[in-house]
Design a protein around this ligand. Sequence first.
Ligand code: SF4
Ligand code: SF4
Length: 282
Amino acid sequence: MKKWNMIINVGQCENCYNCVISESDEHVGNNCPGYSAPASISSESTIQILRRSQGSAPMVETLYLPVMCNHCDDAPCINASGGVISKREDGIVIIDPVKAKGRKDLLKSCPYNAIIWNEEQQVPQTWIFDAHLLDQGWTIPRCQQACPTDVFEALKIDDVDMVNLARQEKLKVLKPELGTRPLVWYRSLSRWETCFIGGSVSADIGGLLECVNAAEISLVHDGKTIARTQSDEFGDFRFDGLPPNGGDYRIDARHTLGQASRHCSLEESAYLGEIRLIAVED
Ligand code: SF4
Ligand code: SF4
């Protein structure tokens, strides 16, 4: 049977919170027997928007990442629940709202922190993919309907076809090392997981400090040049996709106006500031 999967487009979230609000609108105060107890306005949302800011002025990038229940095929929460949490044939994981009464312990069973506690109803809850609406004929959940920037793409698909799609489009899941086999996938997740090194090339031209366009920039790591780029018309350059805590790097900048090097020990993304070229004697 086909299963519901969700693809999330990293880099398109604008942190508008429409998805979170629509989820509250759907569930706060509304009982969905067999799916979920009424959500509480004072509980955390079952959809969270994580934030990551990298670099420093003027080269700053802020990304937002929606996270929710991943509807894992090998879900630790199901194993820990003693029959309270189950997986439907269509892949959706449901916490039984009656059997789950008082089971606050289940929050610890999810390695993604995707289960929240509803103090009013005394039940653990999670994002149910709006299964109650899909069962009525909806083709997308409320979060996707409410999102103005097409972050969410729900699809019902065979496992094999989903694996092929994930391979073709380089989709990734969160914490793959856990082996939980999530059904929520992320497109361009490397933008969230990796770092950049950037800088701005300048030179003293006729007594004026000017930005240098088209300087050749090399990124050197462990004695090898691992990437090259050119500065733009503002003198700016940037190398993306570097691992956090990736160790020591060297930037070499060359132009007919001169050359310069800068060392960097990369922990998080780094803007190296101005790199001023020094004229080379013939
Ligand atoms: S994300 Fe957490 S709550 Fe959802 S299925 Fe996986 S383990 Fe269970
Ligand atoms: S509705 Fe879309 S853009 Fe707005 S916070 Fe949610 S995922 Fe981000």
